[in-house]
Design a protein around this ligand. Structure first.
Ligand code: SF4
Length: 548
């Protein structure tokens, strides 16, 4: 066991690996070791979905219930699983072999439906396929198999990453004797904005962190890709992890950081061995470690920290809280992480795509990047596309395309609506498919879910709200309670028993949830309720009112 509170979550996960769950006795023992109260440890353990507080089955089956999975048949897969196992969702078989659960998005939307069996991923599921998987589990075929990341391929079009010369950015830094300010300056000129969704200029962030006072500084790669419908970061980590680590190393140089942390979402545990192998190779090649590439004083290394299942930890201050061994609850800002982040030190948090793109920019120069995109949205962006289209997958596209152009590319013409930017983004109806993807209009995180003509918008809203309720950290009343009221409202609409007056009250509530919530989750959670009322009013009010 470690002795620092920041080691709490790795310790909880290690205890779970050993015993299958974290008992109250273990929590007390851990608390004593870390000089914390058992209540605090319990509070953290109960915050995260993937820390088991009671014994579970030898095989924990977690079926993704993101909207793409639901559209592609997750409910019939669930029925098959329930029948085969003789249990309901949330239950464990009497012989202790299987636990069956729903889970939030596992980043496999283009191959939906998908599920995890322990840490192994199975995709493109059908009832006969899951029946075979259960039989294989019963015969112990999966019991001792190492996780291999059974995640298949995709229509991945990642041209800029694929053509990046290995370590070209670091080589340029050394050969052209770039100063730290030159590196962040190049990014500032390029106009690169954070690709996690918030869109803060990357060069400015690096520059602020470089000027912040601190004996130690940190670079954190946010690989907690939890937005439903997003899987591009998983593809980047699987195919172009070197680019991400190169980006972290560039950031470290620009900022003066010595320690890097990849915060990897639990659902991507299958990627960890691959990432550790690449990190080891980079250390061997002196691309990490002491005096990188022979540059005196350029010292930096990277470690991987596993998340434990909490969507809100994608928010940078919540991520830092959980890294410090606390519940992943977003902090009040200021101070911002660039001044006071991990352990109170200056910290840069960038997501996977931002770091990979930064490497391409430093290698090729800001001019190359600014020649792509629009006036206010420079460069390209990776989009994860799923739902009702013939060619789902990851696409690298210049900013500035319309939703209609994207639909033509992915063979999703004739759609009824497109969710742009994941559940926290915007539902765009067909009448607005001429809208532009870029910061001037739809500045987005990269998740695109296509809804065909037959999709019911109330089912979509129900799914989103269930997700937000499940993932709320509970700090803000609107987010914690208001969304349950909206979900009740959706169910009344489904039954045809919601009056216009009550619907208007719920719209008012939606706006107050937006304004009173502390973080992006709560602020964006009512968007779907507002959108279906705005764009699909006739549809949502069309149900016949049931007789009392
Ligand atoms: Fe937590 Fe929701 Fe408030 Fe965000 S908005 S801090 S998730 S309660």
């Amino acid at each position: 066991l470690g002795s620092e509170r920041s080691e709490l979550i790795p310790i909880l996960l290690a205890v779970q690996d050993e015993f299958g769950y974290v008992s109250e006795f273990s929590m007390q023992f851990i608390a004593d070791q870390l000089k914390m109260s058992a209540n605090e440890v319990y509070g953290v353990a109960t915050f995260f979905h993937f820390i088991n507080k009671k014994p579970k089955g030898k095989f924990i089956i977690r079926l993704s219930r993101d909207m793409s999975s639901i559209m592609k048949g997750a409910k019939s897969v669930a029925r098959q699983l329930r029948n085969d196992l003789g249990i309901r969702m949330g239950e464990t078989t009497p012989d202790g072999m299987f636990t069956l659960e729903w889970t939030s998005c596992i980043g496999m939307n283009y191959q939906a439906p998908a599920m995890m069996v322990n840490n192994e991923v199975f995709s493109n599921l059908t009832p006969p396929k899951v029946h075979r998987i259960i039989e294989d589990c019963r015969q112990e075929l999966y019991a001792h198999r190492p996780t291999v990341g059974n995640v298949g391929e995709t229509h991945a079009s990642t041209l800029s990453y694929a053509s990046h010369e290995p370590n070209a950015a670091l080589n340029r830094l050394v050969q052209q004797r770039m100063s730290p300010a030159d590196v962040s300056g190049e990014l500032t000129v390029s106009g690169l904005k954070g690709r996690g969704g918030a869109g803060f200029p990357t060069g400015v962030k690096w520059n602020l962190a470089s000027k912040a006072e601190g004996d130690v500084k940190y670079i954190i790669c946010n690989a907690d890709e939890g937005e439903p419908g997003t899987f591009k970061d998983r593809i980047i980590l699987g195919k172009y992890a070197d680019l991400v680590f190169e980006g972290m190393t560039l950031a470290a140089y620009a900022v003066g950081a010595t320690e890097g942390i990849v915060y990897l979402r639990y659902e991507y545990t299958h990627l960890r061995p691959h990432l550790e192998t690449i990190l080891a190779a980079r250390r061997k090649a002196n691309l990490l470690g002491e005096n990188i590439l022979g540059k005196p004083g350029f010292c930096f290394d990277i470690r991987i920290h596993m998340g434990a299942g909490a969507y809100v930890c994608g928010e940078e201050t919540a991520l830092i809280e959980s890294l410090e061994g606390r519940r992943g609850e977003p902090r009040n800002r200021p101070p911002y992480p660039v001044e006071k982040g991990f352990l109170g030190r200056p910290t840069v948090v960038n997501n996977v795509e931002t770091l990979a793109t930064a490497s391409c920019i430093v290698a090729r120069g800001a001019k190359w990047f600014t020649s792509i995109g629009t006036e206010r949205s420079k460069g390209f962006k990776l989009f994860s596309v799923s739902g009702d289209c013939a060619r789902p997958g990851v696409y690298e596209l210049p900013w500035g395309m319309t939703v209609q152009q994207l639909l033509e590319l992915v063979d999703g013409q004739g759609a009824k609506a497109v969710q742009v930017g994941g559940y926290t983004g915007e539902l765009v109806p067909a009448s607005q498919f001429d809208r532009v993807m870029g910061y001037e209009d739809l500045g987005i995180g990269g998740s695109i879910i296509v809804y065909g003509q037959g999709r019911e918008m109330l089912e979509v809203a129900e799914n989103y709200l269930e997700f937000f309720i499940e993932e709320s950290c509970g700090q803000c009343t609107g987010c914690r309670i208001g969304n349950t009221k909206l979900l009740d409202g959706v169910r009344l609409l489904q039954k045809g028993t919601c009056s216009n007056r009550y619907l208007n009250d719920l719209i008012g509530l939606s706006h107050s949830i937006k304004t009173t919530s502390k973080c992006g989750l709560g602020q964006a959670s009512p968007n779907i309720f507002i959108a279906i009322n705005e764009h699909f009013k006739e549809e949502i009010m069309a149900r016949p009112v049931l007789a009392a």
